[in-house]
Design a binder for this molecule. Sequence first.
Ligand SMILES: *[C@@H]1O[C@H](CO)[C@@H](O)[C@H](O)[C@H]1NC(C)=O
Ligand SMILES: *[C@@H]1O[C@H](CO)[C@@H](O)[C@H](O)[C@H]1NC(C)=O
Ligand SMILES: *[C@@H]1O[C@H](CO)[C@@H](O)[C@H](O)[C@H]1NC(C)=O
Ligand SMILES: *[C@@H]1O[C@H](CO)[C@@H](O)[C@H](O)[C@H]1NC(C)=O
Ligand SMILES: *[C@@H]1O[C@H](CO)[C@@H](O)[C@H](O)[C@H]1NC(C)=O
Ligand SMILES: *[C@@H]1O[C@H](CO)[C@@H](O)[C@H](O)[C@H]1NC(C)=O
Length: 418
Amino acid sequence: MASGAILLCFLAMSMSFHGSVGESLHSKTPRRLLVDTDMDTDDFFALLYLLKQNRSEFDLKEVTINANAWSDAGHAVDHLYDILYMMGRDDIKVGVGGEGGISNDGKIHPDVGGYLPLIDQSMSTVGDCRYRQAIPVRLNIDTNFGLRRSFLPQGNRRYIPLVQPTAQQVMIDTISDGLTTVILIGSHTNFAIFLMTHPELKKNVEHIYVMGGGVRSNNPVGCCQENNTSCKPSGQCGIIGNLFTGYTSNPYAEFNIFVDPFAAYQVIHSGIPITLVPLDATNSIPITEQFLSEFKQHQNTLEAQYCYQTMKFYTASFMWDSFTSGIAISIMRNGDKYNGENEFADMEYMNLTVITSNKPYGVDDGSNPFFNGREVPRFNLTKYGVHSGHVQTGLDDLFCLINGSNTGRCEVAFKVAY
Ligand SMILES: *[C@@H]1O[C@H](CO)[C@@H](O)[C@H](O)[C@H]1NC(C)=O
Ligand SMILES: *[C@@H]1O[C@H](CO)[C@@H](O)[C@H](O)[C@H]1NC(C)=O
Ligand SMILES: *[C@@H]1O[C@H](CO)[C@@H](O)[C@H](O)[C@H]1NC(C)=O
Ligand SMILES: *[C@@H]1O[C@H](CO)[C@@H](O)[C@H](O)[C@H]1NC(C)=O
Ligand SMILES: *[C@@H]1O[C@H](CO)[C@@H](O)[C@H](O)[C@H]1NC(C)=O
Ligand SMILES: *[C@@H]1O[C@H](CO)[C@@H](O)[C@H](O)[C@H]1NC(C)=O
């Protein structure tokens, strides 16, 4: 499967605790996993893959949900509860949301809900949806095209607002309890807030696996001939990112990173070892007719049937997150070799950074709440630094559009830093 896919690893400064501590622990105890997800379709495929592992090897402890992307908090929790019930795992705690905020001086209060990207987070749980507007509609994902209610068995657990454990509580509890591998398959808001508020717990995060971004990717979807007006969608061919609703302003971004670029920056620069599975790799496994008909032959379990029924709704789609979980498990099972050998993808070390704003830096044009009208930038960010430029305000942000072109100039991307 997928030979030739590139797995890019971010080489972190703290490689030292990668090998020795982990190996000796894991010879006796199962690997503790925490997943942060937005409960999009390929997310629950990834979760099912992790849940199918032998628990004495890989123990999925808790799941947190980020509520600023493809699904709404309540629906996402209920969907996940039903899936966990089907898999006999009502013991897995699920965290979402929280009523906390970030005050004007940059103080991060407990239980920030992650409903907003960090750049727009204040003391309220409602605000601008500058990035989320790139997500076309949440209803399909919330209900999984109606399949959740019509297909999944229902357990007893249900989302109850204000009673539900918060994402931050669940992360703090799980990671305090011991060495944990974190798998991020949505935007990075929840985990970035955790890292910013609990740097002392970084030592308990053994490794981070991320589905996100594109480095040298070429979108293979929508490769229409320029003059063919009946071919839709057009203009996607060969683009680095996958914002199919937003190429006219931003052809570089991938959804998970786009939804909260500053959060991704925090994670990538955390110093924790990171394995990144970008579009470069996931583009190599589109869901094709052949893939579907192959999948159809393997319908022995309820979970396989649920995946197959769901997949029938997708044509121009890829196995982003499930590929990531496959690579993560394979690397860990192979003994965490330094070069990350695994059975699915080729690996490469790279020094990466995340572009969160567009040049010129330090121009106060009203687009960037970290800096706009502030004597001291939020989080004490550097005045003319990489976060200080123009930040895309929406899909039709004039700054990002190029006259006469359907691919814009705004970036949110991984950049190779040499
Ligand atoms: C899970 O792994 C343990 C320890 O390696 C083994 O004893 C057990 O048989 C495995 N269970 C299954 C269902 O494969
Ligand atoms: C588009 O242009 C190509 C080459 O110029 C031509 O062969 C093709 O028929 C055109 N397609 C349409 C739909 O006009
Ligand atoms: C134009 O695109 C449509 C839809 O993808 C395709 O069926 C058709 O063959 C294309 N026409 C040409 C001339 O390539
Ligand atoms: C990453 O950066 C470090 C420090 O500058 C350097 O030693 C290392 O060779 C770089 N790694 C790669 C793969 O470029
Ligand atoms: C910003 O810097 C000031 C002065 O050094 C310090 O008192 C404050 O705690 C810092 N704020 C943040 C959010 O780091
Ligand atoms: C783009 O075109 C519009 C209308 O023709 C014009 O007003 C605007 O200045 C142009 N922008 C750039 C960046 O050239």
